[in-house]
Ligand binder design. Structure first.
Ligand code: NAD
Length: 362
C-alpha cells in the first residue's frame, strides 16, 4: 500500500521530533507493507521567514492532496510581535479550519514506567487508557452573537444538528476501534444546548447498538477523571468542555513531552504532539520525541486502521521507558538521561525486537 504523508516540521523542536516520527513511520511501515511517500513543507515561523506567510497556498494544496498530515510544532519568540494573521500559531488555526478538522482526539494513557511521576496515586492511575474527543470547530468559541460593551459581555453556545451528529458518529466509530464505550459529557441539567446535544447523541447511537453510551454532567466528569480515570474509554464532548477536560486528562498522565494528538475531519487527518516548539531547548537534541512517536501510533490506529502497528509502537515506548531511558523533561533519580536521538534509536531497536519476538502476520 502506498500512503502520502505531508510533513510540516515547523519551528523550534518541531523538526527534531518530526525526524523521530518519520523514522518510526518508515520502520513500522516496512513491517506492514506500507510505502510512505513524504512531502515536506514549511509552516509557521519557518514559512514566514521564507515567504512572508506562515501558511502558503502551496503548503495547503499539498495537505489537500495527502492521505494524512503530520505536524511538529510552530512558534517562537522571534515571531511574537508580528500581527495576528502572520503569527505562526495563526497558520495552525487556518490549517485546521481549511482541512475541516472538527474532531480533536487527545489520549490519556498512562505508561507503567511513568506512573510514579504523576500527581495522582499510582493505584488510581495504573491501567488508565482513554481518549477525550472534543468538538473543535463549533460551540461557544464560534457562536454568534458575541461581544462586550461597558456593562455586559456575552457569548453564545450553539450547536446545530449536523455538528453534533458528525462528532457523535466519530466517537462511536472510534469506540469500535477500542473498548466500545462512549461517555457523552454535557451540562443538560442547566443548558438547553446540552439537552439538544444529548438528544442527538442518543439518536446517532441507534446506528451503533454494539457501543455502550453513558451520559455524564461535566462537573461530575471533571471529578471522575481524577477520582477514577480507568472507568473511561471515550469521552465525547463539546468544544468548551473538551478544552478543559483534555488538559486535566493530559496532565494526570505526565509530561507535555508525552502527549500525542489527532485532529480528524471527514476527509483529512492531522497528527501532532500536543506540546509547542519549546524554543528554550530547540536545536540541542534534548526534546522528548515520545509525543511525536505516540502521534505516529495514533496515525496507524485511526487513519491507516492497523491497530497491530499502533500497538507495536506503543509497546516499544513502554519497553524503552521500562529500560529506564528518559529525556530531561521526564527524568527521575536512577534513570538514564538520553538525547532525542538516543531515545529514538532505542525505540527503533525495540520495535524491531518486539516484532521479531511476536511477528504479526499481515
Ligand atoms: P511549549 O510546549 O513549547 O513548552 C513548554 C515547556 O515544556 C518548555 O519548558 C519546553 O522546554 C517543555 N517541552 C515542551 N515540549 C517538550 C518536549 N517534547 N520535550 C521536552 N520538553 C518539552 O509551550 P510554550 O513555551 O508555551 O510555547 C512555545 C511556543 O510554542 C510558542 O510560540 C507557542 O505559541 C507555541 N505553541 C505551539 C503549539 C503547536 O504548535 N501545536 C502548541 C503550544 C504552543
Amino acid at each position: 500500500m502506498n500512503y502520502k504523508v505531508v510533513l510540516l516540521p515547523g519551528d523550534g523542536i518541531g523538526p527534531e521530533v518530526t525526524n523521530a516520527a518519520v523514522q518510526v513511520l518508515k520502520n513500522v511501515g516496512s513491517k506492514f507493507q506500507i510505502d510512505f511517500e513524504f512531502d515536506e513543507k514549511l509552516i509557521g515561523g519557518a514559512s514566514y521567514e521564507a515567504f512572508g506567510n506562515p501558511l502558503t497556498d502551496e503548503t495547503l494544496d499539498a495537505c489537500y492532496k495527502a492521505d494524512v498530515v503530520f505536524l511538529g510544532a510552530v512558534g517562537g519568540y522571534k515571531w511574537e510581535s508580528l500581527p495576528h494573521e502572520l503569527k505562526p500559531e495563526a497558520a495552525l488555526l487556518k490549517l485546521r479550519k481549511s482541512l475541516g478538522l472538527y474532531a480533536n482526539v487527545r489520549p490519556a494513557k498512562v505508561y507503567k514506567a511513568l506512573v510514579d511521576g504523576s500527581t495522582l496515586k499510582s493505584d488510581v492511575l495504573e491501567g488508565t487508557d482513554f481518549i477525550v474527543l472534543r468538538e473543535l470547530t463549533g460551540g461557544i468559541y464560534f457562536g454568534q452573537p458575541r461581544g462586550y460593551d461597558e456593562s455586559r459581555g456575552w457569548n453564545t453556545m450553539v450547536y446545530d444538528k449536523n455538528e453534533v451528529k458528525r462528532i457523535a458518529q466519530k466517537a462511536f466509530e472510534l469506540a469500535r476501534l477500542r473498548n466500545k464505550q462512549v461517555t457523552s459529557v454535557d451540562k443538560a441539567n442547566v443548558l438547553e444546548v446540552s439537552q439538544f446535544w444529548r438528544t442527538i447523541v442518543h439518536e446517532v447511537q441507534k446506528d451503533f447498538p454494539d457501543v455502550e453510551l453513558k451520559d455524564m454532567y461535566v462537573d461530575n466528569a471533571a471529578m471522575q477523571i481524577v477520582r477514577s480515570p480507568k472507568q473511561f474509554d471515550i469521552i465525547l464532548t463539546s468544544n468548551l468542555f473538551g478544552d478543559i477536560l483534555s488538559d486535566i486528562a493530559g496532565m494526570i498522565t505526565g509530561s507535555l513531552g508525552m502527549l500525542p494528538s489527532a485532529s480528524l475531519g471527514n476527509k483529512y487527518a492531522l497528527y501532532e504532539p500536543v506540546h509547542g516548539s519549546a524554543p528554550d531547548i530547540a536545536g540541542q537534541n534534548k526534546a522528548n520525541p515520545l509525543a511525536a512517536i505516540a502521534s505516529v501510533a495514533m496515525m496507524f490506529h485511526y487513519s491507516l486502521k492497523i491497530p497491530k502497528a499502533a500497538e507495536l509502537v506503543e509497546e516499544a515506548i513502554e519497553k524503552t521507558l521500562a529500560q529506564g531511558l528518559r529525556t530531561a523533561d521526564i527524568f527521575s533519580e536512577g534513570c538514564k538521561l538520553v538525547s532525542t536521538d538516543e531515545m529514538t534509536e532505542t525505540i527503533l531497536k525495540n520495535i524491531n525486537t518486539i516484532f521479531v519476538e511476536n511477528p504479526v502476520v499481515v
